[in-house]
Design a protein around this ligand. Structure first.
Ligand code: CUA
Length: 337
């Protein structure tokens, strides 16, 4: 091969490699990074992308060079020269990809093992997925429950995922990992948040009619602010029935499907809870019994115009929680109508 040809090939390689690098770097393909695990995943991503760009540059340069140099003249009908394979080249183009793929698998394995590592000093959070809401409870913080995932900054948390009905999947793009919540199976996910802020919690497994609405927030806060929030929640649970009822309403994700002015809820999948007195009248039942029945056995009476079998039973609430929730719903719906 002449020196001029090699220079031309190298030039084309730099051109294609440069273009691909610009596309990779200038376009923000990934959401902002907010966890240590995500840093490792991004490292694997860029490691692989770097290799892909190098391979692309090489292949594109050879193709472009061949198209320009070896183009057949329009009136040339002769056969090409008879060439047999080249053993050296074949060994090289088998060995190089084998080395690259092995390198990628080693780097990925290291990242995965490190990402599953849980230090002794970590926070446990139980994540419950149901159609169509997330709820988060903190077993070492008096089992307090929240519809939003609050996390202290730089503290490793282990999420224990559970699904009550069908398969859901937990995803916070900024944290960089997805994990399925499967009925009858315990799955977990380790996260070490590294940036304060509010990030979306998204269900990424088609789980039914309200799948697109099955969202919540992950709020990463300073450790002191997290402790203050824990205390505040513990106090609210002990407060007067209205406050306790509202806490149950919020922490069980009722707001994702229902409207209720008193709780600032604006969901439209299920019946408008400000109209409960009217619905109870239609059902021909006393308001309080009707509300209780609708929470524990939602299919006993379904308000016309709304789909059956959509609302899950909340018979898992404790008696205190149920009473507080019923009192809250009865009082606030009476006040609204
Ligand atoms: Cu839960 Cu989609």
């Amino acid at each position: 091969m002449r020196r001029g040809s090699i220079l031309q090939l190298v030039g084309l390689g730099i051109l294609f490699g440069g273009l691909a690098t610009l596309v990779a770097v200038l376009i923000p393909w990934l959401p902002p990074v907010a966890s240590r695990q995500r840093d490792r995943i991004d490292f694997v991503f860029w490691f692989t992308t770097g290799i892909a760009i190098a391979v692309f540059a090489l292949v594109a340069a050879v193709i472009a060079y061949s198209i320009i140099k070896f183009r057949v003249q329009p009136d040339d009908d002769s056969d090409g020269p008879p060439i047999h394979g080249n053993t050296t080249i074949e060994i090289v183009w088998t060995a190089v990809p084998a080395v690259l793929v092995t390198a990628i698998s080693i780097v990925s394995s290291i990242a995965l093992v490190k990402n599953e590592n849980v230090p002794k000093d970590h926070l446990d959070v139980n994540v419950t997925a149901r159609q169509f809401a997330w709820s988060f409870s903190y077993p070492n913080q008096g089992n307090l429950t929240s519809s939003q995932l609050r996390l202290p900054l730089n503290k490793t948390v282990k999420l224990h995922l559970r699904a009550l009905d069908v398969i859901h999947s937990f995803w916070v793009p900024e944290f960089g990992q997805k994990e399925d919540a499967v009925p009858g199976q315990d799955t977990s996910l380790v996260i070490t948040p590294t940036k304060e802020g509010t990030y979306p919690v998204i269900c990424t497994e088609l789980c039914g009619l309200g799948h697109a609405l099955m969202r919540s927030s992950a709020i990463v806060m300073k450790p002191a602010a997290f402790e203050a929030w824990v205390q505040e929640q513990k106090n609210a649970a002990k407060g007067p029935p209205g406050q306790a009822g509202q806490a149950v309403f919020t922490s069980n994700g009722c707001a994702s499907c229902h409207t209720l002015k008193a709780a600032g809820a604006t969901g439209t999948v299920g019946p408008d809870l400000d109209k409960l007195p009217a619905y109870a009248q239609q059902a021909g039942k006393p308001l309080e019994d009707f509300v209780k029945e609708s929470i524990v056995d939602p299919n006993a009476y379904v308000q016309p115009g709304f789909p059956k079998n959509l609302m899950p039973s909340f018979s898992t609430l404790t008696k205190d929680q149920l009473d507080a929730l019923v009192a809250f719903l009865v009082d606030s719906s009476k006040g609204a109508s």
